[in-house]
Design a protein around this ligand. Sequence first.
Ligand SMILES: Cc1ncc(COP(=O)(O)O)c(C=O)c1O
Length: 294
Amino acid sequence: MLDPDRIVYLNGEFVALQDARVSVLDRGFIYGDGVYEVIPVYGRQPFRMPQHLRRLQYSLDGIRLANPHTEAQWDALVRELIAKQPFADQALYLQITRGVAKRDHAFPIGVPPTIFMMSNPFPFPPREQIEHGVAVVTAEDNRWMRCDLKTTSLLGNVLMRQIAVDRNAVETIMFRDDHLTEASASNVLIVKNGSVIAPPKDNLILPGITYDAALDVARAIGLPVDVRPVTRHEALSANEMWISSSTREVLAVTKIDGAPFAGGAPGPVFRAVWQAFQERKPHPSHAPTAALLR
Ligand SMILES: Cc1ncc(COP(=O)(O)O)c(C=O)c1O
């Protein structure tokens, strides 16, 4: 539900969502000419904020848009927005577009960017998905070649996600040239013979902050980690498959294209990593679900 009184940030001001207005000539609206971040916030503590701000800089560099703020300024703004919300566990959305200008593909000169932030209640994955895993479908990755940039031009990802929705699945995992890339709004990792294997962070996938967190956790609990290209055959015959994202955290894939996968239940490596992930993130404000898989 949209809360019209929710305090959001727009171009230097904290205002109610219902009062936040952007011109129809904004290049975010006209061209999807902007970048964004989603930062998970547990108990009012942002998780891995320096990494999110670094990736924001990378995306801005990638679209040749100057960063309007220093890291310290972003940190202060993000914390102020968090403090203004009545709930403690949040998913903070931050977007910068190339601003408002006469419609023309070329970059406008001397135009200030549009800066927007909102923070919604953290959409914790349902217990059912944590305990029993999720269904995914597969598709050919037909997006552009700069999937490493977190841009607001998300039509390729939107169309991919809808394929999953239409088939009662939560994600669409994609293959390009017979290799695993990622899912419509999450990264994909597999487990084979006890090793956690992840596709490299090249131009074909978003360098996920949760992907890094999951691999860090795996290493910390002594699991072998291998970052390398993963073929379709290898992915579909893996012992386990996981999806990772800031809002889904880590979830096991237990159904692919309608057929049970990996025995139809989250595997032992997933359970160990999920548990360790819960223990390492900042404490959520409500009763933690950390004991769920014990
Ligand atoms: C296409 C895509 N890949 C991967 C991810 C996961 O990234 P993160 O873990 O930083 O949320 C996302 C997150 O929304 C995404 O949209």
